[in-house]
Structure formats: C-alpha cells, structure tokens
Write a protein of this length. Structure first.
Length: 576
C-alpha cells in the first residue's frame, strides 16, 4: 500500500513563482539575489500557513544554486539543488526554537557558523518560531547576528513579531507576510484538484478558502479532509455538511421572509437551524454578515468586497435588488444589537427571535415603518414638502440675536414662564449652504422658510397631528409619547403652539430629543411652514411646607389612632 502524502507537503512550493499570495516579497527576494544585495539576516513574520518557512527554504536553495535560470529560480539539476531536494544539504541548517531555546543550543549554532560551506557560496541558518528563544539565548545570539561571516545568512521565522527583542529586530531585514486572499486560495485548490483528477465545484472551494482564514496550509488540510469524505467529486453540499457550516440558503430564505414581514416562517427557519445543531449566536452573526453582503452589492464599486463564488454572488445581486439601503441599515442595526446582547441574555433563543420579529416589522408594521421612514430619517434627508424644496442654510458668521421672552398672562394661582429657543437654526445645525433670500431664523430662534405654504389650521387639527406623532414614537420613546398624549398644545395667534410642561427635566428632554422632529412633522402634515412651537413651564407660586419625620408621624397618628396603640403595645421607639 502506497503511503499517502498530504497535499500541504506534496504541493509545497519549490520556487518563488509557485508561492501563493506573496508576490511583493518573492519579487524583492529575487531582485536581491539578482543584484547581489542579500542581507545577512532576514525576519519573516506573519500568521500561520502563509509561506514563511517555505520562502526561507526556497531562498536558501536558490542562492546556492550554481546554475540559476534567467528568472532567478533554482535549476533543480545541479549538485546543490539535488542535495537540498533530498534533504541532506550541508549548507542549510534548520533549528526549531520552540524545542531548542536555551543558551546552550545557541552556542552550538554559533560554533557551526564558524565552519565555511563545502559546496556553494552560503550557509543558511533557518530558525523557526524564533520568538520562543529565552532572553539569555537572544542575548547570546546578538553578536553573531550583528557580525556574522560573509558566507552566513540567518533567516528567522515567527508568528509573533512583538515578542522579539528590539535589538534583534534592528539587525534584520523584516518581511511581513500577509494573509492569503480567498480568491488566491480557491484558485490554488482548483489547480491541485485538476492535477489530482478531482471534480470540485467553485462554490465549494470558496467555502474551504473562507474556512482557512487566510492560511493556505489550513486550506490544503481541509481539502484533503473533504476528499476523504466526498471522494473525487467535491460539491458545495458536501463541504458545508462536513465542515458543519450554515448554508447560504438559510440566510437568503430568512431575508425573503423578513422582506415579506412573515414572522412565523422566519421563526421556523431559525428553529430548523437550531435542530440541525447550529448555535444561535452563529446564526445571528452570519445573518449580520449576510446583510452586510447585500449592502455591498448595492454599489458596483464595492461589489468586489464580496468574497464568495460566482453562483452565490449572483444570488446576492438578485436579492440585493429587492432591498433598500434604509432597510438594510435598520436590519444591520437590529442584528448587530442582538449579536452584542446574545451572550449576556439568559434566554438566548428568545433574544434571537425578538431580533427576527423586529426585522420583520421594519416594512410591515405601520407604526414602525412610518417611524423609521419619517422620524428616524429626518436628520439624514430633507423633508418632502408640497412646494419645491428649498435648501436650508447654516448661519455661519452670523450672530443670532437672543429671542425676547414671551410673557403669558398668569392666572391667580400659577405663574407661567415661556421657555424660548435661542439656539441656531435647523439649517445651521445641519451645516447646509445658505440660499440667497432665505431668512436664517426669526426672533423665536425657529427657522421660517420663505415662499413655503402657510395653510391656516385649527387647534383641533393641530391636536390630531400631535396625537398621531405621539403614537408614532410610542415604541421607541414611551415616556415622551405618554407626555405628549397627556397634555395637548394650545393654538395662539400667528400659528404659534404652546405646550405646558410640569418640570424642567421634561422640558429639557423634549427640547433635545423631540422638538425638532415634531415641528418638522407638524409643518409638513398641516402644510404650514410658519408654525412655531414653545414650551411653557408651570411653577406654583408660594412656598411648600417641608414636613419632618416627626410631623409625618403625628399626622398619620391623628388619622389612624391604631398606629399609636400599636407602638405603645410593642414598646417601639421612633427614630426621628
């Protein structure tokens, strides 16, 4: 029975041109050999499986080749290349620093450096996982690394560059290996499959490449595993079944249900995912990535960020055409919050189900839909008006005069103080360009837009729209919704509305969070862009008596003498 050789060893690159995904590094090394500008110490750093040790071996083989090609590659025919290929070259010395990390090991290495090469021009010392050397071993290595013999070249490889002391780093040429791109890994796997007479679907190879996370060695190991499972026909379904990966189809289906507002079907899809043994966190994280991919497909310039096979990419383009950008942003926000709150939730399944129900409600529940499209986007997009839209302007370099206080006639028992708005106009806050002839703000601090409708309205009409707005924000801000519903505004002259508030806390919250959107909403719905809104703070005249604990007890005892008897019966003391 013939021994099996894993693909990571069988198809390990033997020349610079066969190295995958590190073109800039291999080109630099080839030019250094060609121009005879070789450094005496190299540091190859980067994540696992990206070709650090492979490039070190190719460099060691190429610089000792006696008959290099015009493309600066080893010939594989000379005596030096043959001995290297057979693994008995005396010019290449490999040291695993993970198991040889003491001072004594480095001393043995330094002793060997003194012996010149018997064949070829250089002796190459490859030290893998160099960050595992002890502090004393690093210090013992410093002098030799700084002034080695002309024929000695050191190549250090590590996955953790930050653990190497600065004095070592300063003596090396540093090459940072990057993670290999998914398309490069998938293309390399396709070539290997062709050589091995294996039929492999493109989407299947892309899934393997994504699972490898930029490491070609991991991708080759997974490839061998799939071949053992599926034989010589690697399909997409075989890959996701063997690697326990959630199929893209689940995300496409659940997104269709979300767009249709079909809550029951969305929950059943999630239940099916759980029954197949997948984690809810894995599902919601993948759904966030799915919405991200749909958003990427909305623009031709960003579609290249989609790292999937062509068949899956076509599905993304098709579904992306059904979605709007505001919907995707809202769905992304919900799925991201669900992802963040998943681990801290005691009922994790319910957490995901709530997220799915909220997503299904984006386009179907009238209150949520209108709230999202009207209120939440008010700060992002101009509000549509019956008349042609006029661009609002900032009040840059314009001093806005403080608005005079408007005094209301107080009743006998109360004193009313009208709270004015002395801040900049809405246009100033939005930072838009000033249009000629536009009035930045009036004496109330609220913008009046010229040449806009000023349709008269009654107090009842204003109250109806006021209650409608309160109902729209009920789900997102129940406190303010209740406050708006509990107190309705009064209509004054010149389209001025007054709203009474009972305390400064409510007034401050209203001014900061609600007022701007509410004014825009009322102006648009009543078709009157001269409408103004003021808050009126009610203050009770006179001083309130402050009761002590003793006063409160006496008052309670007067109303209920049983309290006094109870205290005397049990001989209780009162801490006043």
């Amino acid at each position: 029975m013939e021994n099996f050789i894993v693909s990571a060893r069988k198809y390990r690159p033997s020349t610079f041109d066969t190295v995958v995904g590190q073109l800039s590094i291999t080109t630099t090394l080839k030019n250094a050999i060609k121009n005879n500008h070789l450094a005496q110490a190299f540091l190859f750093c980067g994540p696992r499986g990206v070709g650090k040790t492979t490039c070190a071996r190719i460099l060691a083989k190429t610089i000792n080749c006696s008959d290099r090609t015009d493309n600066i590659e080893a010939c594989d025919k000379c005596e030096s290349c043959k001995s290297f290929n057979n693994g008995n070259s005396l010019n290449v010395y490999e040291l695993d620093a993970a198991s040889n990390n003491s001072v004594e090991d480095i001393r043995n290495l330094v002793d060997q450096v003194r012996i010149p090469p018997q064949l070829g021009n250089y002796k190459v010392y490859i030290i893998d996982e160099v960050h595992m050397l002890s502090q004393a071993a690093f210090n013992a290595f410093l002098k030799t690394l700084e002034e080695p013999p002309k024929y000695a070249i050191f190549i250090l490889a590590t996955t953790e560059k930050h653990k190497i002391i600065p004095t070592i780093l300063s003596r090396c040429q540093i090459f940072d290996f990057s993670r290999i791109q998914i398309d490069d890994i998938a293309g390399h796997l396709a070539n290997i499959a062709k050589k091995e007479n294996i039929k492999a679907e493109e989407d299947a190879l892309h899934v393997i490449a994504q699972k490898a996370d930029g490491a070609l060695r991991d991708a080759l190991s997974i490839f061998d595993q799939i071949v053992s499972f599926a034989g010589n026909n690697i399909t997409y379904n075989a890959v996701i079944e063997n690697l326990n990966i959630l199929d893209y189809d689940y995300y496409f289906k659940v997104t269709d249900f979300i767009l249709a507002g079909n809550i029951p079907s969305s929950l059943m899809i999630f239940n099916e995912v759980l029954n197949k043994g997948f984690d809810g966190h894995n599902f919601i994280s993948g759904l966030s990535g799915h919405f991200r991919n749909l958003l990427v497909c909305k623009d031709a310039g960003t579609i290249q960020l989609l790292e999937v096979g062509n068949n899956i990419k076509d599905k993304y383009k098709e579904q992306s055409a059904k979605c709007t950008v505001p919907f995707l942003l809202k769905a992304l926000n919900i799925s991201n919050k669900t992802d963040l709150q998943y681990k801290s939730s005691k009922n994790q399944r319910l957490q995901v189900e709530i997220g799915l129900m909220l997503m299904c409600s984006i386009l179907t529940v009238p209150e949520v839909k209108e709230q999202v499209t009207v209120i939440k986007s008010a700060r992002l997009a101009p509000v549509k008006a019956p008349a042609p839209r006029v661009t609002q302007a900032p009040v840059a370099n314009v001093n806005v005069a403080a608005a005079p206080r408007v005094e209301a006639t107080p009743p006998a028992e109360k004193k009313r103080a009208i709270i004015k708005n002395t801040g900049p106009s809405i246009g100033g806050l939005l930072g838009k360009k000033k249009v000629e002839g536009e009035v930045a703000s009036d004496n109330t601090g609220q913008k009046k837009i010229p040449d806009q409708p000023k349709t008269p309205f009654t107090e009842e009409q204003a109250k109806d729209q006021w209650l409608r707005y309160a109902n729209l924000i009920k789900t997102s801000n129940g406190y303010m919704s209740a406050s708006l519903s509990g107190h309705l505004p009064r209509l004054k002259d010149d389209f001025v509305l007054e709203w009474e508030v009972e305390n400064t806390s409510l007034q401050e919250t209203f001014e900061k969070e609600i007022k701007m959107n509410l004014v825009e909403f009322l102006r648009r719905e009543l078709n009157n862009y001269s409408l103004q809104l003021f808050t009126v703070l009610n203050k009770v005249v006179g001083e309130k008596k402050i009761y002590t604990s003793q006063d409160k007890y006496k008052r309670m005892a007067e109303k209920n003498p049983t309290i006094q008897k109870f205290r005397q019966q049990f001989d209780l003391d009162i801490d006043f």
